[in-house]
Design a binder for this molecule. Structure first.
Ligand code: FAD
Ligand code: SF4
Length: 515
């Protein structure tokens, strides 16, 4: 019998989480469970499953070394029901706790499951605020109250002030809130040069065992994983996550802002931090990451534009999408403002396409579980937006393939920011662009059989064809958006013959319209 059963989920691996406040090893017990359902509800990639299971097992080892009572259900244990509800019910039967306690789960689906199980067993479930974040879901709802339109910039400023981050005498350091104008450079024709390689961690015994398990149990899941530094290199412990953070701050932060949007073929890592998975699993605290970046600026290690650009992603965007998610779930999942109905092309699961930008981004994703923001937004996301792929199918793909994918952050980014399926809650306009944007920001087009400047003909770039086709399909709606004026004006310059030829070319691209 346990007094309290403390539930810890795979993305709550923080020894200082609120759920553990007041934990008494003499009376209480911790519960953790590996269940197939969490990797099957969308077909999680092998990289993602390996990361979650390995990080959970390492965390469990740390708990055991503190001699804290822990009921840990491995994926391959004989009686595992492979569902969260099933395992929680069995744990309640075993421990007969008077109360279940946990830190607030990140995902709406998981919260409903745990609540319904607790209710059906007649046991109170105490849910505590997640202190990992700078703001609460209620703070965001308060901020949103009475506003016709939400915009990141205002929320971000509010949090900068509240947390006194990059502020002096109540004003933003450097005299402005935002250095976006300095943060949009491409690499130029010589490419990124010698970018300092990020820390990749060699799988230890625990991770290697997990990788074997994943390759057996989830053999048909997307992507690949192997027990070598090239085959899997993500931080799976807090110690490794701290090394990854330190390495980023010392070697790549100073160039982060400037090259934040730039892409280059066969260069998956560039000047990004690669810490989203460690943050989302709570191996790192968001506060310590922001503090480390601010400290780097104070110590003269990185310029203000880079540090502000990086801090905005975490203090701004990450908190913003969490607020949007909780304010709009569960309806958000069903939004489809542009009535997109097409099927996700099969090449999203293989990378087998002759569009060089998509090939590189998807193959890298399946191999590493990672792509940086602009690859997600302006390559894969742009293609699905322009092609009119059903937003739910797009959401499920992103949730499956990225190591940092957890629904509360993935869904608003995919459905809102990249697919405009929420009709403008997240973004003030669709991120629609032609192949010329990709050409400007990368070297992909140099190695591609298509020409980004062409919308019709044998070598027309599918992005460019679909871009014009997208504007035509949604002309009435987009013409009402003041931020789309330029794009609609350019559309209006096309002759009826051009429009007809583009429509015919788009129809030939073989995008299945679905139902
Ligand atoms: C279509 C799409 C899907 C995305 N899916 C996810 C996802 O499943 N999980 C996820 O954590 N991020 C997601 N993002 C946001 C962002 O692309 C990733 O956080 C980032 O690419 C992770 O790589 P990094 O750690 O190297 O980030 P960096 O480029 O180094 O950025 C630093 C940190 O800022 C935070 N951040 C940056 N942009 C965002 C953003 N838009 N929203 C929230 N946090 C942000 C992340 O924690 C990230 O680690 C998505 C973006 C898009 C456009
Ligand atoms: S030409 Fe078009 S398809 Fe080819 S890499 Fe450039 S944007 Fe991608």
């Amino acid at each position: 019998m346990a007094r309290h059963l403390v539930l810890i989920l795979g993305d709550q691996l923080d020894h200082h989480a609120a759920g553990l406040d007041g934990f008494d090893p003499k009376q209480d017990c911790i519960w953790m469970a590996e269940v197939k359902e969490e990797s099957d509800h969308v077909p999680s990639s092998k990289q993602r499953i390996a990361l979650f299971l390995s990080a959970m097992r390492h965390f469990a080892k740390e708990l055991k070394s503190r001699e804290w009572p822990l009921d840990y259900i491995p994926l391959d244990s004989r009686k595992n029901t492979q569902t969260l509800n099933g395992e929680l019910k069995r744990a309640i039967d075993r421990h007969k706790p008077s109360r279940l306690i946990m830190t607030a789960p990140g995902d709406w689906r998981v919260l409903q499951k745990l609540r319904s199980t607790a209710e059906s067993c007649g046991i109170p479930l105490e849910i505590r605020e997640d202190r990992h974040f700078f703001s609460t879901v209620r703070d965001f709802a308060e901020h949103a109250k009475g506003r016709k339109q939400l915009r990141l910039e205002y929320w971000y400023r509010e949090l900068r002030e509240k947390t006194d981050t990059l502020m002096k005498d109540g004003k933003p350091i450097g005299g402005q809130w935002n250095f976006d104008q300095e943060n949009r450079a491409a690499f130029g024709k010589d490419g990124p040069g010698a970018v300092p390689r990020p820390n990749r961690f060699k799988p230890d015994v625990v991770t290697s065992e997990v990788i074997d398990l994943v390759n057996t149990v989830f053999a048909d899941h997307p992507g690949s994983v192997a027990a070598s530094q090239e085959g899997f290199g993500w931080p799976v412990t807090r110690a490794e996550a701290l090394l990854a953070l330190k390495d980023f701050i010392a070697h790549r932060l100073s160039n982060f802002g400037q090259y934040q949007d730039a892409m280059w073929a066969n260069e998956p890592w560039l000047y990004h931090s690669h810490i989203a998975s460690a943050l989302n699993l709570k191996l790192l605290s968001a506060k310590e990451v922001v503090q480390a970046a601010e400290q780097a600026y104070n110590n003269g290690l990185a310029p203000l534009a880079a540090v502000e650009g990086f801090i905005r992603q975490i203090l701004g965007w990450r908190e913003y999408v969490r607020g949007i998610y909780w304010m709009n779930m569960p309806d958000y999942l069903e939004r489809n403002a542009l009535n997109a109905t097409a099927r996700l092309p099969d090449f999203f699961w293989t990378g087998k396409t002759d569009m060089a930008c998509l090939q590189d981004t998807i193959q890298q994703t399946l191999r590493t579980g990672y792509a940086h923001h602009i690859q997600r937004l302006m390559v894969t996301g742009l293609y699905t937006l322009l092609a009119g792929i059903h937003p739910k199918a797009v959401h499920e793909w992103y949730l499956s393939v990225y190591v940092d994918a957890v629904e509360w952050v993935e869904l608003p980014n995919v459905l809102g920011m990249s697919q405009y399926a929420d009709g403008g809650v997240m973004a003030s306009k669709p991120y629609a662009a032609s192949g010329k944007y990709i050409d400007r920001m990368s070297n992909y087009c140099k190695g591609c059989r298509f020409d980004p400047a062409k919308s019709t003909g044998e070598d027309a770039c599918p992005f460019t064809t679909l871009y014009w086709d997208f504007l035509m399909r949604h002309e009435n709606l987009l013409a009402k958006n003041p931020r789309m004026v330029m794009q609609i004006r350019n559309l209006n310059r096309l002759s009826p013959a051009d429009r007809k030829a583009i429509r015919a070319q788009a129809a030939q691209l073989g995008i299945s319209k679905g139902s």
